[in-house]
Design a protein around this ligand. Structure first.
Ligand SMILES: *[C@@H]1O[C@H](CO)[C@@H](O)[C@H](O)[C@H]1NC(C)=O
Ligand SMILES: *[C@@H]1O[C@H](CO)[C@@H](O)[C@H](O)[C@H]1NC(C)=O
Ligand SMILES: *[C@@H]1O[C@H](CO)[C@@H](O)[C@H](O)[C@H]1NC(C)=O
Ligand SMILES: *[C@@H]1O[C@H](CO)[C@@H](O)[C@H](O)[C@H]1NC(C)=O
Ligand SMILES: *[C@@H]1O[C@H](CO)[C@@H](O)[C@H](O)[C@H]1NC(C)=O
Ligand SMILES: *[C@@H]1O[C@H](CO)[C@@H](O)[C@H](O)[C@H]1NC(C)=O
Ligand SMILES: *[C@@H]1O[C@H](CO)[C@@H](O)[C@H](O)[C@H]1NC(C)=O
Ligand SMILES: *[C@@H]1O[C@H](CO)[C@@H](O)[C@H](O)[C@H]1NC(C)=O
Ligand SMILES: *[C@@H]1O[C@H](CO)[C@@H](O)[C@H](O)[C@H]1NC(C)=O
Ligand SMILES: *[C@@H]1O[C@H](CO)[C@@H](O)[C@H](O)[C@H]1NC(C)=O
Length: 838
């Protein structure tokens, strides 16, 4: 019954169990003259793996395969006769006359053979405990399944690229869930030995991992060099072979290329009895190889997702505006390519630093003992060099070709130094250029409807460029001194000019266009009441839906929060954060424009007696993990450290796939790196989600967000609404009952009854455990979001036991004296702005 939350697509790997033989003692060997008939199986000595005939999915064809002996979900890791099934149950597996392992059909004709010339009639076949099937020829290995993988890479395998013979052992996907015949996709090492893993569709690259830096693949976003992956690349000089492997033998790991062309790293979890997906790529659009063409960069979630690198323009603006990115971008100003030319005066080339990217594909690379300056010099000294990067663990990378497959990560990634003509780097001329472009575009847009439509794309592109520019720093060629720090200057401009009633560069929205989009803020467009004002749905002339937050005029803190929010959200990009598209300030009006979330907010589902049934356990767990990741990004991974301060169910929006997006950054604060805890006079937040130290002493830190997250987690699991200002005892009861039931090992009673049947007890127990750790009284006892994310995804069920949350639990147990006491304590030290939690 246990349903894993993450492993959405894994069920595609459900394979029907073959009929097991009633034989009580298992054998692991086939000897000459002793064929294995359909219906009987081999079981490895340690009972880890099993081999026999099976029928995949809905198919009735019979194939010889290897699967995990006692996992509750039957998972086939290797198939022999994948192209030629046996049509009935009369097949057998035997050692043939030539000593090869063969699959025979009912007429005893060979449908598959191990086909090795080194086999003799002394052979025997043994299924090993690591899942390897070995043809043993008088003590030496004549053939083994590990050298002939199908779609699964297993611990202990050494399948890879032979650097001498150039033989590349690849995985090939199944055709479909029901058919193990070789499909359209294959996976293996880059034949040019660049230390990248590729997925190909036919012969076309579909995905690449980026290079191995000794710890991770640098093109896999958020890959951590932790033990849990155990997945690394090895390049053994003596063996002259390059392959990836698991650093310790662990039979519960596998890496599979599923029939849909996605490489998935999976781990079996004993606690849930299900596969847990550690990472899987390509999944997002930008993970698809070269999505945006040459010199294009891809940003997941952006509209449009592709933009040209700085200094480049679409090769065909027509294709580009049609969303056909394949033609990519071309250089606007030719390179000067003059070593020794002064960058400012004579137009010598320089470098533009693009941070946080998946570095472009590269095939040629020479290991050189140069440092980053040497690397830059090397690039400048070669006229065909288009970019360079310096990656620790790899060294200097130099591109002498068109730049392909660039993905802007929401966090992590490497710095790419893009070679540009000096004039492109000149900050002033460039800004003037943008400023000129904008009015020209605006004037043109008034001309005709077509142009208006195009101009919108253009403006969006400029907006995108600005966001991309925010990651960028400019360098001069000589002396490497920093000319401009864009991120700082943008922050300053927003900060300064925001109070003048302008909202620079984001303010591409006139008040009139907002009025038109929302039908003058009509009631029919009203979708809810946000933190500081009503939210309306809007529709742009060309049909795009937006959410418009109109900050209430009466709100004293409006302008400050607006400035904060605009500045923050413009800088923050993560799949679990809502995206700010623009803003508009006109006299009294302060308006923010966001992407529209069709499924509104979490509270609309969670606390609605009917809709709550739509949130099954898997979805809820996914939401919990998404929120945790978004919050981790805010706390740790974004370049600003942000504390949200008002995390609650109504601030979690849901996209069409029910992925959570944290919204409402109005109260978030920017923190310096060592400024972890701050005291504030004015306490804002929502009652019931506020940590004791924040509510009582005005102390807030990342740990107060962790507290709010804990409350939210418990709400999601229980489906019960947390307290409002009017009913504080409910909040107390929620945490109190979670603690009580978890402690008495009755945690299932805490779960929302509507989903109780569909969820795994151990998973629930782990979630509630994490939730309780988060709501502990002392901030230091609470885990960081980084630990929370790890604990939520970890295999073990033993987390540290939480301490009893005295503050909430004690006052919560006796409802009679709980309602007023806490408020008095709080108002003694801080004035409280309480925003009703709805
Ligand atoms: C799987 O096999 C191991 C022995 O290798 C055994 O300890 C375990 O209980 C088995 N699990 C199931 C679900 O049968
Ligand atoms: C075995 O090898 C022969 C020739 O070497 C080839 O014709 C045949 O198709 C191969 N059979 C299989 C099952 O790979
Ligand atoms: C194979 O077996 C036959 C007898 O069945 C024997 O004559 C022959 O020498 C054996 N070949 C090898 C290579 O062992
Ligand atoms: C091959 O078989 C022999 C004898 O049965 C055994 O001693 C040896 O360990 C086996 N080798 C392998 C690689 O399985
Ligand atoms: C594989 O390619 C064929 C032909 O291009 C196509 O019809 C089929 O849908 C593809 N299968 C998958 C799983 O993409
Ligand atoms: C298998 O992996 C899990 C986590 O991925 C780890 O806890 C366990 O110790 C590993 N087992 C072995 C035998 O390495
Ligand atoms: C899971 O179960 C397998 C077999 O029962 C065992 O070898 C392995 O150590 C277990 N792993 C964990 C993390 O408990
Ligand atoms: C995209 O543009 C390229 C080159 O201009 C063209 O060959 C291709 O057919 C276009 N693709 C689509 C889907 O329109
Ligand atoms: C300066 O650059 C120009 C081309 O832009 C080139 O012709 C000239 O040789 C360069 N001067 C030196 C000293 O390299
Ligand atoms: C310049 O780069 C190209 C492409 O990487 C390379 O083929 C060529 O040998 C380099 N030239 C020099 C002088 O290093």
């Amino acid at each position: 019954m246990a349903l894993n939350c993450i492993s959405l697509a894994l069920l595609s790997y459900l394979i029907l169990l073959p009929s097991l033989s009633p034989f009580s003692h298992a054998i692991d060997t086939i000897k000459p003259g002793q064929p294995l008939e359909d219906g009987k199986t081999l079981i490895s000595a340690g009972e880890k793996f099993e081999l026999g005939f099976f029928s995949p999915g809905k198919s009735s064809n019979r194939y010889v395969g290897i699967w995990y002996h006692n996992f509750s979900i039957n998972t086939v890791v290797w198939v022999a006769n994948r192209e030629r099934p046996v049509r009935d149950h009369s097949g057998s597996l035997a050692i043939g006359y030539d000593g090869n392992l063969v699959v025979l059909d009912g007429t005893k004709s060979i449908v598959w053979s191990s086909n090795t010339s080194t086999a003799t009639n002394n052979s025997l076949v043994q299924l090993m405990d690591d899942g390897n099937l070995v043809l043993n020829n008088s003590g030496s290995v004549a053939w083994q399944s590990f050298d002939n993988p199908t779609d699964t890479y297993m611990p202990g395998m050494k399948a890879g690229l032979d650097l001498r013979t150039h033989v590349n052992q690849k995985l090939t996907s199944w055709t479909s869930e029901d058919d193990p015949a070789p499909g359209n996709f294959s996976l293996g090492m880059d034949p040019s030995a660049s230390t990248q893993i590729f997925v190909w569709e036919g012969t076309k690259p579909r995905w690449r991992s980026g290079r191995w830096n000794g710890q991770v693949f640098i093109g896999v976003q958020n890959m951590l060099p932790t033990y849990v992956y155990g997945f690394r690349l090895i390049n053994i000089e003596q063996e002259q072979k390059m392959y990836f492997y698991y650093n310790e033998f662990n039979s519960s790991h596998r890496y599979v290329l599923t029939w849909d062309g996605i490489g998935r790293h999976l781990i079996w979890r004993n606690d849930t009895n299900d596969w847990y997906q550690f990472w899987a790529q390509p999944v997002t659009e930008c993970e698809i190889y070269n999505k945006c063409g040459k010199y294009g960069s891809c940003t997941d979630g952006a509209t449009p997702i592709c933009s040209c690198l700085r200094g480049f323009v679409p090769a065909s603006s027509e294709d580009w505006s049609d969303g056909n990115w394949s033609s990519g971008c071309v250089r606007r100003t030719p390179l000067g390519c003059g070593r020794g030319n002064n960058s400012e005066e004579a137009g010598g080339d320089g470098f533009w630093k693009l941070g946080g990217v998946k570095l472009p594909d590269i095939s040629d690379w020479k290991q050189d003992a140069v440092d980053i300056e040497g690397c830059e010099e090397r690039c400048l000294g070669n006229c065909s060099c288009t970019a360079y990067a310096y990656v620790s663990g790899i060294g200097c990378l130099i591109w002498g070709v068109d730049l392909l497959d660039i993905h802007l990560f929401s966090s992590g990634g490497n710095d790419l130094y893009l070679r540009l003509a000096g004039s492109e780097l000149d900050k002033k001329s460039n800004k003037t250029f943008i400023i000129i472009i904008v009015p020209v575009a605006v004037i043109l847009s008034l001309g005709c409807i077509y142009l208006l439509w195009r101009c919108k794309n253009r403006i969006k592109e400029l907006f995108k460029q600005r966001l991309a520019g925010e990651r960028g720093l400019m360098y001069s060629t000589r002396g490497q001194e920093r000319l401009t720090d864009y991120s700082a200057s943008i922050g300053k401009r927003i900060g300064d000019e925001g109070s003048d009633g302008k909202c620079p560069e984001l303010s591409l929205w006139s008040f009139d266009s907002v009025v038109a989009a929302t039908k003058s803020f009509s009631d029919s467009n009203f979708i809810g009441e946000g933190g500081f004002g009503p939210v309306y749905k809007g529709i742009l002339p060309e049909g795009q839906e937006i959410a418009v937050k109109r900050l209430s005029r009466s709100s004293m803190q409006g302008l400050d929060e607006l400035k904060n929010e605009v500045m923050l959200i413009a800088k923050l990009q993560h799949r679990n954060l809502v995206r700010l598209l623009g803003c508009c300030i006109q006299e009294e009006e302060k308006i923010l424009i966001y992407e529209y979330m069709p499924n509104s907010s979490l509270d609309a589902f969670l606390f609605d007696p009917i809709k709550t049934g739509l949130l099954d356990w898997k979805t809820r767990h996914n939401i919990i993990e998404g929120i945790a990741r978004g919050l981790l990004y805010l706390h740790r991974d974004s370049r600003l450290r942000v504390i949200h301060r008002d995390l609650k169910a109504s601030n979690i929006l849901l996209d069409e796939e029910m992925n959570p997006k944290i919204s409402d950054f109005g109260m978030a604060r920017i923190f310096g790196n060592d400024d972890n805890e701050t005291n504030t006079k004015r306490v804002v937040g929502t009652f019931g989600y506020m940590s004791p130290e924040y509510a009582m002493q005005g102390l807030f830190s990342v740990k107060s967000d962790v507290y709010s997250f804990g409350v939210l987690l418990l709400e999601i699991v229980s489906g019960k609404k947390n307290s409002t200002y009017r009913h504080p005892e409910l909040a107390m009861n929620l945490i109190a009952s979670a603690w009580k039931l978890w402690n008495e090992d009755r945690v299932m009673e805490f779960v929302d009854p509507i989903i109780r049947d569909s969820c795994s007890r151990r998973q629930v127990s782990r979630c509630v455990n994490v939730g309780l750790l988060c709501v502990q009284d002392r901030p230091n006892d609470r885990p960081t979001m980084a630990s929370v994310v790890i604990m939520l995804g970890s295999e073990t069920s033993s987390h540290p036991p939480p301490r009893q949350p005295i503050f909430t639990v004690e006052s919560g147990y006796s409802e009679t004296d709980s309602s007023t006491v806490d408020l008095n304590i709080m108002s003694a030290n801080a004035s409280i702005t309480i925003i009703d939690g709805r």
